[in-house]
Design a protein around this ligand. Sequence first.
Ligand code: GAL
Length: 332
Amino acid sequence: MKYITLIILLSISKSLTFANTIKSLPDTLVHGKVLFDIDGKPINAHGPGVMYHQGVYYLFGEIKNGKTWLVPGQNWEDYRVPAGGISCYSSTDMKHWKYSGIALKPVVNDPDNDLDTGRVIERPKVIYNEHTKKFVMWMHIDKNDYNYSRGGVAISDSPAGPYKYLGGVKPNGQMLRDMTLFKDENNKAYLIYSSENNNTMHVCLLSDNYLKPTTTYVRIFENKRRESPAIFKNKGKYYLITSGCTGWSPNAASYAVADHVMGPWKELGNPCKGPNAEVTFFSQGAFVLPVTSKPGKFIFMGDVWNKTDLEKSRYLWLPLNFNDDKIEIHNP
Ligand code: GAL
């Protein structure tokens, strides 16, 4: 299918540093391939997030397995697949990914449980709390009609898990759907999520142990209907890339910049340039990964959704370029 275009980082000599990887990206992109782990199995980690910890990149994502169905009585975009929990893969070079198991297991035949396979578990993100020495995972927890709209939180003593689910919360009584997590250099952490029925995004400061939202939050992109937030910081500025709200179908990304994570955020339009930029190269953003060994280098990570067969959704990882303090994403 036309938009099942997959772009992954491949074929990079082991001796190259990741900085070199980025420099040589145009030569090393492969189109239309599945991203495989080192055992040759397709990587099943959608809506991903990556945590870098002690020399290792840990990739977390939604496990989509089982038959995709259309939710009866819902609109044309409401395709679902059993919530398979959260997977974890690890890598030291972003090229060889080792499957590290199920970081957070789903629950079977317990429809009242947030982690039941009949529900929705999306966009997991993990950060490390230096003070409590715990790894903290936040994710979007929902029911099939997406009206439950909560942030689920889980903790673990080790990066790959297993994670223990602590429960779901509506921060300050507000809905939480597409979300991401951000840990700042001063160790303060924030939840950023589509709220108010996807009309407005919120940025909420987390408690010092990262397990609870605080009452400190701001409303951003009021009535702009943005989702799939992906945030990063470069040279003291915060950048937030979001998508529009068209379910599993791609649309134009947009980004904003701020001097503080709580805003004000200045909107600067679509960072994607070139053919198919208006549909984010057929993807939807999920995360921006800072390349630890090279300050100032970032990878935009998107999902190329296959809405009628969600397990076959692919990934798009592209370098993010700076043009002064504007960002650009090109699909070479
Ligand atoms: C998208 C969202 C995905 C998923 C999907 C369900 O807009 O970004 O994470 O929730 O809707 O239709």
